[in-house]
Design a protein around this ligand. Structure first.
Ligand code: 8X3
Length: 248
């Protein structure tokens, strides 16, 4: 298989790249940070092709895809992993710039690269798009505001892809993880406040990037007639809360 992964310079993306390469597949690892991708290639060898792409910039996606030689062009799996959360403040205290950054990456970036790769999958009548969503796309929580909404988009976009793709050989999946540690996710969300980020995982055994890679690899290696549409993953220490009622 040839697998293109966005946001492959760290976290889930990096771990998924390792998983697919170690299982004998080829990975096009994309991210903005070219030096991190080069490091990953030194670790994994020539089965990993580093391509610097900023998914928020359509021209950058075009430039990256134009670098692919014929042997790398028939992409079997697109993993839309690039994404981020910024902040946990209530909506009325948030920065519009941060909201826009999340929408640009989690929504616009994801649909742009999908739009560019989907026609070739349809033409070959085979392909799989794995979108990385979040439990925040299905469950509202204080401070989730735009982050959760972008992930709700990912959920519904995946379902709507299924609606259009039924009867073609192309599959689509949303993996929606809950609390997941060992990545930069919370450090980014808390804007570099590593102590606040670490607190998120205190006293828990969260999911790890390896757990997400397990799910992605399982989904990608199922028989061609099986489509996992949505998979929600939580660590066993996590569950659902109730509704909030503020009483005066
Ligand atoms: C990551 C999970 O709970 O921080 O998407 O929103 S959560």
């Amino acid at each position: 298989m040839i697998v293109l992964i966005t946001g492959a310079s760290s976290g889930f993306g990096e771990e998924m790249a390792r998983r697919f390469v170690r299982q004998g597949h080829k990975v096009i690892a994309t991210a903005r940070r070219a030096e991190r991708l080069a490091e990953l290639q030194r670790e994994l060898g020539d089965a990993l092709l580093p391509v610097a792409i900023d998914v928020t910039d359509a021209a950058s996606i075009d430039r990256g895809l134009a670098q692919l030689t014929d042997t790398w062009k028939p992409i079997d799996v697109l993993i839309n992993n690039a994404g981020l959360a910024l902040g946990t403040e209530p909506a009325y205290q948030c920065s519009l710039d941060e909201w826009t950054t999340m929408i640009d990456t989690n929504v616009k970036g994801l649909v742009t690269i999908t739009h560019k790769l989907l026609p070739a999958m349809i033409e070959r009548n085979t392909g799989l798009i794995i979108n990385i969503g979040s439990i925040a796309g299905n469950t509202a929580y204080p401070g989730g505001n735009v982050y959760g909404s972008t992930k709700a988009f990912v959920e519904q976009f995946t379902r709507n892809l299924r609606a259009d793709l039924a009867g073609t050989g192309v599959r689509a999946t949303n993996i929606a993880p809950g609390l997941c540690g060992g990545t930069e996710f919370s450090n980014v969300r808390y804007r570099g406040n590593d102590a606040a980020a670490a607190k998120v995982y205190e006293g828990t055994m969260p999911l790890t990037a390896s757990d997400i890679a397990d799910a992605a690899y399982w989904i990608a290696t199922l028989p061609a007639h099986v489509n996992i549409t949505h998979i929600e993953m939580m660590p066993t220490c996590q569950g659902y809360g109730g509704f909030t009622i503020k009483r005066s």
